[in-house]
Design a protein around this ligand. Structure first.
Ligand SMILES: Cc1cc2nc3c(=O)[nH]c(=O)nc-3n(C[C@H](O)[C@H](O)[C@H](O)COP(=O)(O)O)c2cc1C
Length: 360
């Protein structure tokens, strides 16, 4: 293994460290609802909300592979849509725990010596099909009371879950029209769940390639894609992870169709819809965004602006190789151009992650 594919340190202890080193950024870590005991997650994220002074978020996923499930003592991974039913119940339970302290329950009155008003703290007595918990949470609510909830559902079950619970939705779509459709679908679903659609930000995954000239940026991307195509094994391993199928057993030059998968179902469907061979898929941009963000900061900013006008809002999530060069190209190249146009903000007005998220 050359790229350390399976090495994934636990991101949660990193959050307070990042909180110490920054003052405004929202800090999100991923938790797999399928395996994480809900009470522990609720307590942990309340504590992290204190430690980051109200800047924590939780990204809810359901995990992918049978091998992952086996680490937690299950013979195999649960079926894709069932995982979302479990995730829904999990999220309702942790939300009840975060609400088990009413506002004003924490009194801390030195004169009377009263720390908490017990009449404002309640058991939840949650009895679900998959999870149960007595409650209340044994932690004082943090500045946000609950973390910002993030999710990346693409399948119908995933979209329903995201629309019901999420405040940030990470979306992948293969064309500007597909992005618009995705956003409108999620907003409609949110209304169906009695939510204000403006209470969630839908962020489309993009991977810009920024350069001094349009031609040099294009050349860099072409070189990177050629290197990726040459390293077929690494790309196949990545796609095998996403689909949950061993793609080394598939013909590279046949149109690729993995059938229904138990992994990231919507991503697998995008591969099939592309009607490409596995070899062609492997040599195309690994972030299958269907949008071309390649060129000078001005060129990329033009396209981002046009795209956002077409989609209707809310923003992008930039995914890049994590190198100082790539980060500097965004922060010192692209960001100033976007800021000059008023497309990104120049200051934070709120104190908490949620306030800042919803302010722009
Ligand atoms: C950038 C990104 C990172 C993701 N990371 C994880 C992860 O670490 N664990 C996981 O189980 N799923 C992860 N997912 C998968 C999503 O939770 C979800 O399964 C996927 O977007 C497909 O949606 P679907 O399950 O509704 O088909 C990630 C998705 C995206 C877009």
């Amino acid at each position: 293994v050359r790229d350390g594919g399976g090495i994934r340190h636990d991101p949660l202890p990193l959050l307070p460290l990042l909180g110490q080193a920054t003052s405004h950024l929202g800090l999100i870590a991923t938790v797999a609802t399928t395996f994480y005991p809900p009470f522990l997650a609720a307590r942990l994220f309340s504590t992290l909300d204190h430690l980051t002074k109200g800047r924590v978020g939780i990204n809810l996923v359901t995990a992918t592979l049978h091998q992952a499930a086996q680490n937690y003592g299950y013979p195999q991974q649960f079926e894709h849509d069932l995982r979302y039913e479990m995730a829904d119940e999990w999220t309702r339970l942790v939300t009840e725990l975060w609400d088990s302290w009413e506002p004003g329950a924490y009194v801390a009155d030195e004169k009377s010596g009263v720390l908490v008003d017990h009449t404002k703290i309640h058991t939840i007595d949650f009895e679900g099909q998959f999870y149960s918990s007595r409650g209340p949470l044994n932690v004082i609510p943090g500045p946000q009371r609950k973390p910002v909830i993030c999710q990346a559902g693409g399948s119908p079950a995933g979209r329903a879950f995201a629309a019901k619970h999420s405040e940030i939705i990470i979306a992948t779509a293969t064309s500007p029209d597909a992005m618009k459709e995705y956003r409108e679908d999620i907003r409609q679903r949110m209304i169906g769940y009695g939510r204000d659609p403006d209470d969630a930000k839908i962020l489309f995954l993009v991977s810009p390639t920024v350069g001094d000239t349009d031609a040099s940026a294009r050349e860099r991307l072409d070189t990177a894609l050629a290197a990726q195509a040459a390293d077929m094994d690494a790309k196949l391993a990545g796609m095998s992870y996403v689909t949950g199928k061993d793609l080394s057993k598939f013909d590279l030059d046949e149109p690729f169709d993995p059938g229904q998968v138990n992994g990231h179902r919507s991503s697998a469907e995008e591969y099939t819809k592309a009607k490409k061979t596995l070899r062609e898929l492997v040599s195309s941009n690994s972030v299958s965004t269907g949008v071309d963000l390649v060129g000078t900061p001005e060129t990329v900013a033009d396209t981002m602006e046009e795209l956002m006008d077409h989609i209707g809002g809310d923003g992008f999530l930039i995914i890049l190789p994590v190198t100082r060069r790539h980060i500097a190209e965004i922060t010192d190249g692209l960001a100033p151009v976007l800021r000059k146009r008023g497309l990104i903000r120049s200051e934070y007005t709120g104190a908490t992650f949620r306030e800042n998220l919803l302010a722009f």
